[in-house]
Design a binder for this molecule. Structure first.
Ligand SMILES: [Zn+2]
Ligand SMILES: [Zn+2]
Length: 311
C-alpha cells in the first residue's frame, strides 16, 4: 500500500477563546459540522511526511489532563455569565465524555502539509482533510488497544498496513456499510479490497445492503495517463502471428473481424517509467496478460524480455 494512515488526536477546545470562536463561527457543539467545515478550511495536525490521499482517523483524546482542561474551560465559561457560552461549554464537556478515547471520524488528506507559524496554538504541521465521514458508532480504544498503541506524547499515531486494515474492519463492524458510505463521497479507500476479503459473510451481507438496482452513481476523477505510440501494438501483434508470446498457445478466440485476439503488453509498465518502445513490448493472450499484471512473476518477466529482444 502506497498510502500512510494515522490516528490524529482531536482535542477539545484549547481554551475559552477557542470555545467562543466555535460559537461565533456557528459550529456550536456540533462536532460533525466542525469536522466537515470545508468553507473555513479544515486544517488538522498531520505529520510533515503526510501525502495527499493518506487516511486520517480522528480520535478524541482521553486523559485526566483533558478532563481537568474541559472542567477548567467550563469554569471560565461560568465566569463570563453569558448563558450561550455556559451552555456551549456544558455541551462540549458532554461531548468530551461521550467521545473521549474513541475514533469518531475518518477522512483523507487533501493537500501537502504545511508548517504552522511559530507561536501557533497547535504547533507542527497541518493539512486540510476532506471526505470526512462521521461514524454513527465510534470505535472505543478498548477495541483496538491490543494491536495499536496510541501515542500519548504526540498528536499523531502512525499505523502500519496491518493495523490500518484491522482498524478499518472494526469501523466496518460497528458501522455496517461504512466502506460503501465512504465511497459515496470519495473514491476507493486504500487497501479496500484486502479489507473486504477479510470480512465475515455477515459483514459482507450488511455492507451489500447499500447497493440498489438502479444505475450506479457516477463520479469523475482525473488520472495522469501516458501518451502511447499508436503503431506499436499493431506491429507487436503482427510479429506474434496469432500466438501468445508467454504460453505459446494460439489466441483463444478471434475478434469480430476474424483476427486472432491478442493484447499488446509493456513488460516494464509505462506507469513505472517503462519505455513505449518495441523492445519493451510483447503480444499476449488475455489470460497471460492478466497473469502478468496480477502475479508479476519474475521468470515470466525474464522470458518476455528475451522474446522482445530477440525480434
Ligand atoms: Zn498466453
Ligand atoms: Zn499489460
Amino acid at each position: 500500500m502506497d498510502n500512510n494512515s494515522f490516528i490524529t488526536n482531536f482535542q477539545s477546545p484549547a481554551d475559552l477563546g477557542e470555545l467562543i470562536s466555535f460559537h461565533g463561527q456557528g459550529y456550536g457543539s456540533n462536532l460533525e459540522a466542525l469536522l466537515n467545515d470545508s468553507q473555513n478550511g479544515t486544517n488538522w495536525t498531520v505529520p510533515s511526511y503526510a501525502k495527499i490521499g493518506d487516511i486520517v482517523f480522528f480520535m478524541c483524546a482521553k486523559s485526566s489532563v483533558d478532563y481537568r482542561h474541559m472542567a477548567g474551560i467550563r469554569k471560565l465559561a461560568r465566569n463570563t455569565g453569558d448563558p450561550a457560552i455556559i451552555s456551549l461549554a456544558d455541551d462540549q464537556y458532554d461531548l468530551h465524555e461521550k467521545y473521549a478515547g474513541k475514533i469518531l471520524a475518518v477522512g483523507t488528506i487533501k493537500n501537502a502539509p504545511q508548517k504552522r507559524a511559530a507561536g501557533s496554538a497547535y504547533p507542527g504541521w497541518g493539512a486540510d482533510i476532506d471526505n470526512i465521514v462521521f461514524l454513527k458508532q465510534p470505535v472505543d480504544i478498548n477495541e483496538f488497544r491490543s494491536f495499536i498503541t496510541v501515542s500519548t506524547r504526540g498528536a499523531i499515531t502512525k499505523l502500519d498496513d496491518t493495523q490500518y486494515q484491522a482498524l478499518m474492519r472494526l469501523i466496518e463492524k460497528n458501522n455496517p456499510g461504512f466502506l460503501s458510505v465512504y465511497m459515496q463521497q470519495s473514491q476507493e479507500l486504500p487497501g479496500m479490497y484486502d479489507i473486504i476479503e477479510g470480512m465475515t459473510d455477515e459483514e459482507l451481507e450488511a455492507g451489500s445492503k447499500q447497493s440498489s438496482t438502479g444505475p450506479a452513481p457516477i463520479y469523475t476523477t482525473t488520472t495522469a495517463l501516458r501518451k502511447r505510440n499508436p503503431y506499436l501494438p499493431e506491429i507487436v501483434k503482427r510479429n506474434a502471428n496469432g500466438v501468445c508470446q508467454l504460453c505459446g498457445n494460439p489466441a483463444p478466440f478471434q475478434d469480430r473481424k476474424g483476427k486472432p485476439y491478442l493484447e499488446a503488453h509493456h513488460i516494464l509498465p509505462l506507469a513505472s517509467n517503462g519505455p513505449d518502445h518495441i523492445s519493451n513490448m510483447v503480444a499476449l493472450c488475455p489470460n497471460c496478460h492478466r497473469k502478468m499484471h496480477i502475479v508479476e512473476d519474475q521468470s515470466d518477466i525474464n522470458k518476455l524480455t528475451q522474446v522482445a529482444n530477440s525480434i
